[in-house]
Design a protein around this ligand. Structure first.
Ligand SMILES: [Ca+2]
Ligand SMILES: [Ca+2]
Ligand SMILES: [Ca+2]
Length: 416
C-alpha cells in the first residue's frame, strides 16, 4: 500500500486496502455487569464535568503556532479547529464533536476529521497538559501539536491517520446513498435489499447487525416494512416493540459506523436511538450505547421479529441435534446467529474475531458445512498464511460442523 501521508495523496485502491487492513475494533464488553462498556462510569463522570462547558482556567490555553505542523490529517484538524470549537473556549469538547456528527452539512474531509477526533478524543486530549486538574474539557490546539510530533509504527498518530482515511473512504462512498437533492435513496422492493449491504463499523452492535443480515437474507420484505419515509426529512423505523423517528444518517455517522447502503445506515442509526432511549444512562452519542456483544446473542432477533429465540451452548448440544435445528431453521426462514465468546480479547480458531456475533447463512447437509457471515463484511476463516480460505475476504465463509464446534460458542435460533 502506498499512501503518501506527507502530501496526503491516496488512490481509491489504497483506501480500499487500508480499509481492509484496519478494521475498527469491534470486541465487545465481555462482562454482563459492564453495562456501560469499557470506561462507562468514568466516562459518565468525565462527561458531567465536560458538559459544564467551562474551561477551569477561564480563558483558552496558550497555543504555539501551527507553522511546525506537517501536512496531513492533524493539520487538517488544526485548521478546522475554530469551526469545530462552537463556544470558542479553546477546547473541542465531546459534545461539540457530537453536535457536528449530527450536522448533515459536515461532509467529506471535515466529516472524516470529526469522526477521527471523536474516535480518539480521550487519548488526544491527554497529550498536552492544558488544565489544572484532569484534561476533561476536550482537545486543545496544543494537544493536536503534540499529536503531530508523535512518530512510529503503532503510534496514536498512525492510528489517527488510519481512522481518518477509513472514515473518508466510507463518507465518500456514502455519497451514492443520496440523490442529487441530498435525499436518502431507499430500496423500493425487497430484491434491492442484500445482506452484503451490512458492514459493521465502530458501534458495538454486532448482535443486531448479524440478525439484520439474517433478516435481509431470509425476509427482506420485513426490512422494507420497517421503514416509513415521513417526507419531511425524518423516517419512522419500526422495531418489534417500538417505533423511533430519525433523520437520515450524516456522512460523519457513516464514516464512523456501519456502511454499505443507505437503508442499512438508517436502520443502524434508528437502532442506536432505540437502544439509547431505553438506557439507564443516556449518552449524548446514542451509538455508544449499543454494546453488549456475544453475551446478548439472541437480542437482535427478538428486536427485529418480536419472536423469542432459543440459544444453544454448542459444548452442551450434540452435533446431530444442531444439524437438525439448522435444517429446520433454514426451512422455516428463522433467523440464526452464532457467537464466539471464548477468549474474548484474543482471536478464536481460524483467526476469527472473538467476543463477536455472526450470521448463520445456512447449512449444507451434503457437505456437512455451515455457512457463516461476519457482520464486518470482511475477516473470515483464514488458512495458516492468514489468507481467507475461500480466496475472497468478504466475510462469508464455510466451516465443517467439527470446525464450527471448535470455533463457535453459542447459536441462537428464532422461535416461531
Ligand atoms: Ca469548545
Ligand atoms: Ca489537553
Ligand atoms: Ca469469503
Amino acid at each position: 500500500m502506498n499512501i503518501d501521508l506527507v502530501n496526503n495523496k491516496a488512490s481509491i485502491n489504497d483506501l480500499v486496502s487500508l480499509k481492509k487492513e484496519t478494521p475498527v475494533t469491534n470486541l465487545q464488553p465481555s462482562s454482563p455487569n459492564n453495562t456501560f462498556g469499557d470506561d462507562g462510569v468514568l466516562a459518565a463522570n468525565l462527561k458531567k464535568i465536560n458538559n459544564s462547558g467551562s474551561n477551569p482556567f477561564g480563558s483558552p490555553p496558550n497555543t504555539s503556532s501551527d507553522k511546525s505542523l506537517k501536512e496531513g490529517v492533524v493539520k487538517k484538524a488544526y485548521q478546522s479547529f475554530a469551526e469545530l470549537d462552537s463556544n470558542r473556549n479553546g477546547f473541542l469538547s465531546n459534545k461539540e464533536l457530537i453536535n457536528k456528527m449530527h450536522d448533515p452539512n459536515v461532509k467529506s474531509e471535515k466529516a472524516a476529521v470529526v469522526a477521527t477526533l471523536l474516535t480518539n478524543e480521550t487519548k488526544i486530549r491527554n497529550l498536552s497538559n492544558d488544565e489544572k486538574t484532569i484534561e476533561s474539557s476536550g482537545i486543545s490546539k496544543n494537544d493536536l501539536i503534540a499529536l503531530d510530533k508523535i512518530e512510529g509504527q503503532g503510534s496514536l498518530k498512525e492510528k489517527v491517520e488510519s481512522n481518518y482515511y477509513n472514515a473518508l473512504y466510507k463518507a465518500s462512498s456514502a455519497k451514492s446513498y443520496f440523490d442529487s437533492d441530498g435525499k436518502l435513496i431507499l430500496p423500493k422492493k425487497a430484491s434491492e435489499i442484500s445482506f452484503s449491504h451490512i458492514n459493521q463499523g465502530g458501534a458495538g452492535d454486532c448482535y443486531f447487525l448479524a440478525a439484520l443480515a439474517s433478516q435481509a437474507q431470509r425476509n427482506p420484505q420485513k426490512i422494507l416494512d420497517m421503514i416509513k419515509d415521513n417526507k419531511d426529512g425524518t423516517y419512522d423505523i419500526k422495531f418489534s416493540d417500538k417505533t423511533v423517528k430519525v433523520k437520515a444518517p450524516t456522512e460523519t455517522e457513516i464514516g464512523l459506523y456501519g456502511d454499505g447502503a443507505g437503508w442499512m445506515s438508517l436502520i443502524e442509526k434508528a437502532y442506536a436511538v432505540y437502544r439509547n432511549d431505553g438506557a439507564l444512562l443516556k449518552k449524548d452519542n446514542p451509538y455508544d450505547k449499543s454494546g453488549g456483544g456475544s453475551v446478548v446473542i439472541g437480542r437482535g432477533i427478538k428486536e427485529l421479529t418480536g419472536n423469542s429465540f432459543e440459544t444453544n451452548l454448542l459444548k452442551a448440544t450434540n452435533k446431530n441435534s444442531t444439524r437438525s435445528k439448522l435444517i429446520d431453521a433454514e426451512k422455516n426462514n428463522k433467523l440464526m446467529t452464532a457467537s464466539i465468546s471464548k477468549h474474548i480479547v484474543s482471536k478464536s480458531e481460524f483467526n476469527l474475531p472473538d467476543g463477536h456475533v455472526y450470521t448463520i447463512m445456512g447449512y449444507d447437509s451434503q457437505t456437512d458445512k455451515v455457512k457463516i457471515r461476519n457482520p464486518w463484511g470482511h475477516t473470515e476463516a483464514e488458512n495458516d498464511l492468514g489468507i481467507a480460505r475461500d480466496g475472497s475476504d468478504d466475510g462469508v465463509f464455510e466451516v465443517s460442523i467439527d470446525e464450527f464446534y471448535k470455533a463457535f460458542s453459542m447459536v441462537a435460533y428464532e422461535k416461531k
